[in-house]
Every structure is written in structure tokens, then in C-alpha cells.
Write a protein that binds this ligand. Sequence first.
Ligand code: ADP
Length: 267
Amino acid sequence: MSEATEASSGAAKNDQFIVFDKIRKQFGSNVVLDDLSFSVGSGERVTLIGPSGSGKTTILRLLMTLERPNSGTINVDGEYLFHEQRNGKLVPAGEAHIRKVRRRITMVFQHFNLFPNMRVLRNVTEAPIHVLGQSREEAETRGKELLEMVGLGDKLNAYPSQLSGGQQQRVGIARALAVDPDVLLMDEVTSALDPEIAAEVLDVLRDIARNTDVSMLLVTHAMKFARDVSNRVLMFCDGGIIEDGAPERIFNEPEHDRTRSFLRSVI
Ligand code: ADP
């Protein structure tokens, strides 16, 4: 099979699935991301580490379109997030285009952000029905499968307040997967949980990493979690990436003093 045919049939892994190209993001005079370029492959699990304020959450918020870059482009599976091609030119995208690309990206939040007045199954089916236009039956069938997968098949009719933190976070994960995303973002998803409870969430995420090819970007200070779930670590500092490698390499043989001192502070 030629390279082109292989790529178009999806047989080859696309290592340019998410591409940040020369992204600059500043808040007032605070330049948080400075000419930042990196890419993430389809199915890759990438942990973003670095000191507080180094721009990790901003990366996730850009992908969620909660922030816009000051300059540069972000591309997801061949489509620009904030730009579109018109007459061969790259121009700022309209809202409809942004919504279309953004739909393929979901996020699991630190504080779960479940709808408190809705039962568990409804929390999971809401977006597939109202955003993707699925029938209630279709959304409920898939929702039950996902809740089964995260070990909550017996809690479909519970309200979030009747669940433990770990169970709520597992509902959050099922809800994020219900829209069949290409990209799953996770911002400190275990930091509000006790270590034992965090372990049950970690087990679920490990299963997802093994059984799906969703690309994951996670921000965490839990280095064991990063090591267990991800296959790549990016170390952020001073507006850019100073190290990029496999978790074993970064954690066991960091090249930069800044990485070494950061790791000493969190492990
Ligand atoms: P990290 O996740 O690495 O801790 P963040 O991406 O949250 O870092 O923040 C990077 C920097 O951007 C911080 O200095 C933060 O104060 C600033 N920042 C983030 N969001 C905003 C905002 N909406 N307005 C002003 N400053 C912000």
C-alpha cells in the first residue's frame, strides 16, 4: 500500500492529529505562550507538566475554544480550529466552523461539573441528544454501555449528590466519552479526590487508554498518574516546551535543571 493510500485509509497513525503552530497567547502584558509549536498524534496520551502559571490549562482552554490565541494556528485532524480556508486563503473562522471542529473535543473537569438536578444516565445523554441530535433511545443505549464500562451500571438513576467523588468523576468521564470525541482533555481530574478514590478513576482511564484511540491531553501534578496513563510528557516553562519525551525518560533522566527542580517539588 502506498503511503498516501495508507494514510487516507486511516491505517497509519497520524502523528500530526493536533497541531499547534506558532501560538502566542497573552493576557494583558503577561505572555503565557510564546510562539509555541507542537503536535500530538491520534491516540497519543500526553501529560502536560510544569510550574503553576506555565500555561498548561491555557492550552486546554484554547482547544475548548474558551480562549482564543493572539496569533498562530491550531489544527485538529486537518481542520483549523479558529481559521477556515476561503478562496485559498486562511481567514478567521465563523462561529459555525468553530463549533463544528470544537464538537470533536471534550473535557473532564477537576470538580466534575455534573448537572446536579439530573440523574446519572441523563447527565450522560444530554449532550448526545441536544448537541449531536441523537435519538433518546440511541443515546441511552450508548450511555448505559459507557456507565457499565466505568463501573456504574447500577447507578443510572442516582443523582450526583448520592455518589462519592470518585463515582461522580467516573460519570464525568462517561459523559465526556458519550459524544464520541477524538480528543479528550483532562484538567487535574484526580486532584479533588483522596488517593484511594483517585486510584479507581485511574483504573478507568487506563482502560480507556488501552481500549480506545482517543487522543488525550492531561494536566496533572500526580506524577504516578502521568506515568500510568500517558505515553508522552511535555514540560512547560517560560512560555514554551523545554522537554518532550516518554514518561520514563523525563521522570528518570530529566535533561533540564528546571525539570529536575519541578519534579523534586511534586514527587
Ligand atoms: P497553569 O495551568 O500552567 O498553572 P494557566 O494556563 O492556568 O497555567 O495560566 C497561565 C498564566 O495565565 C497565569 O499567569 C495566569 O494567571 C494567567 N491567566 C490565565 N487565564 C487568565 C485570564 N483569563 N485572565 C488573565 N490572566 C490569566
